[in-house]
Design a protein around this ligand. Structure first.
Ligand SMILES: [Zn+2]
Length: 115
């Protein structure tokens, strides 16, 4: 690539980072949750319940929220995932994706700077 083209490319990349930062700020104002939702079936332990008679699934599924940093902490959500939680998890996931994209672009810029 010739120098001018490289410079144009760098400017485009910088603009892309600015756009990502802008989008990130907007998303951060939407109360993101950084984690993911899991579910499980449970056995109640009652003698005559279907779940103790060897049925494939127990009761549920019940939903839990697992949070960063290590996802060990579980918050019980219930039998239905509240819509607001679902949305906030989605916002958190989008922010993470944006950060990854930003990281890649920054790496690319520093490699271009080494040329
Ligand atoms: Zn049961």
């Amino acid at each position: 690539m010739e120098v001018n083209k490289i410079n144009d490319f760098k400017i485009n990349l910088s603009n892309a980072i600015e756009a990502i930062e802008h989008q990130r700020i907007i998303l951060m104002s939407r109360d993101p949750i950084f984690g993911f939702i899991t579910s499980k079936y449970v056995k109640c332990g009652k003698k005559n319940c279907k779940c103790t008679k060897g049925e494939k699934f127990g009761h549920g599924p019940y939903y839990y929220l697992r949070l960063e940093p290590d996802y060990k902490y579980k918050k019980y959500l219930g039998k239905k995932i509240p819509g607001s939680i679902k949305e906030r998890v989605e916002v958190g996931r989008t922010i993470k994706e944006l950060e990854k994209r930003e990281e890649k672009i920054k790496n690319l810029i520093s490699r271009l700077n080494e040329l």
